[in-house]
Design a protein around this ligand. Sequence first.
Ligand code: NAP
Length: 241
Amino acid sequence: MSSDRLPVFITGAGRNVGAHIARRLLADGVPVIAHYRTPTDEVDALSTAGAVVIRGSLDDEASIRTVADAVMAHSPRLSGLIHNASRFEPTPNDTRSAAADFADYWAIHMLAPYLLTTLLTPALAPAGDRASDVVMITDIYADDPTPKHDVYCATKAGLQNLALSFAKRLGPGIKVNVIQPGPISFTNWHKPDDQQRILADTLLGRAGNPEAIYQAVRALMDNDYITGAILPVDGGRRLGR
Ligand SMILES: NC(=O)c1ccc[n+]([C@@H]2O[C@H](COP(=O)([O-])OP(=O)(O)OC[C@H]3O[C@@H](n4cnc5c(N)ncnc54)[C@H](OP(=O)(O)O)[C@@H]3O)[C@@H](O)[C@H]2O)c1
């Protein structure tokens, strides 16, 4: 990993994949600045383990700028930035709710990564000859959308496109890569039939876990000749059967 003694900042670290990545980075000796919105036991545990924790929403420009300022106040130098925070639900059928959701998805999946990456670029200036890292977590659905989740998918596709612009803009000092998770965990609205259908379509025949995403983060950060890459971590789900 580049600049190991400088912190990595990760968004949405209050639970699930984000909390796991933060925990594993700390265990590997990498300082962590962990963003969260809702307090959880996992946030308390990260703080106890030595992470700097920053609470905030990423709903609009003002709140995103507040989070960026808080990161800079804690550490004007970073070795990495991981855009993990996300929302995932089916698009509502009524257009008023769908329009409101669209604004939320756009803010969390596109505006926040755009502004945070831009505002924190000075902090990511490389230390020595190793590039720093930005990792955007999207979804295999960014390439092959499900119409039921079209707004989620479209904004994740937008994030993926932004990542490629940032890779072009920020090289050679900063590498920018994308991780596309597949079925890592199921939500409480995934019915057992849906889960079985998804796993039957997944070449490895099982769900993944947050550790698979952490291993992909490490692989990208540890490799000094990968930028602008899009890495599926999906057990082969994108190919189906
Ligand atoms: N898990 C999977 O199977 C899977 C599959 C494909 C892609 N992914 C991607 O992998 C990443 C991690 O997934 P996950 O399942 O761990 O996600 P998750 O459990 O839904 O957690 C998302 C995190 O983002 C935060 N967040 C959401 N909206 C926010 C906002 N407006 N402002 C601030 N924070 C906000 C949430 O905070 P709150 O707790 O306050 O809501 C939560 O901590 C995401 O980018 C996701 O899209 C996951």
